[in-house]
Design a protein around this ligand. Structure first.
Ligand code: PNS
Length: 162
């Protein structure tokens, strides 16, 4: 059984992430979407909300598991007995950070390999950060995020009366 961990903050999950998950399933039998929780960062959505939004977006596909972890990614991968970490690359600007992270992880755990997938051509401009920013300022992010996320963003940022 070929399994990959797809780690990230997923705050929130975007159509770019979903494209990576779906394409990952062409290469792996199972993908574990692993939300990294960082106690030093205040997320827009709680980990429970992020888990639920990803589950909703992938439907009932039994090949996708959604989990969360705290601490080192390589420790989590060891605990899960998984040797492949999958990450998406959008543009050259992602490369430096991803290159450093992959090499750091390889130093920490030489038996774990990082594989990169190019983001689908329709999603190269989408990041959770710019989704949060656009939505918070009233921008319409329809088509960039799954419908459940769109709804949740609208609830979160809709102008309150009174
Ligand atoms: O979606 P993101 O925020 O780009 O994901 C980054 C993430 C969560 C994959 C990365 O920060 C991570 O692996 N965090 C866990 C802590 C860790 O292992 N750090 C050492 C790697 S340099």
């Amino acid at each position: 059984m070929r399994v990959a961990i797809y780690p990230g903050s997923f705050d929130p999950v975007t159509n770019g992430h979903l494209s990576i998950i779906h394409r990952g399933l062409e290469l792996f039998d199972r993908v574990v979407v692993a939300i990294a929780t960082n106690p030093k960062k205040v997320p827009l959505f709680s980990v429970e909300e992020r888990v639920q939004l990803i589950r909703q977006a992938v439907g009932n596909d039994p090949r996708v598991e959604v989990d969360h972890f705290q601490g080192l990614l390589v420790d989590y991968a060891h605990q899960r007995g998984v040797k492949v970490v999958m990450r998406g690359l959008r543009a050259v600007s992602d490369f430096e950070y991803e290159f450093m992270m992959a090499n750091m992880n390889r130093k920490l755990a030489p038996n774990i390999e990082t594989v990169f997938m190019m983001t689908g051509e329709g999603s190269f401009y989408i990041s959770s950060q710019n989704i949060r920013e656009a939505a918070s300022l009233g921008g319409n992010v329809e088509g960039m995020v799954p419908p459940g996320v769109l709804l949740k963003l609208r609830e979160r940022f809709e102008p309150k009366n009174g």
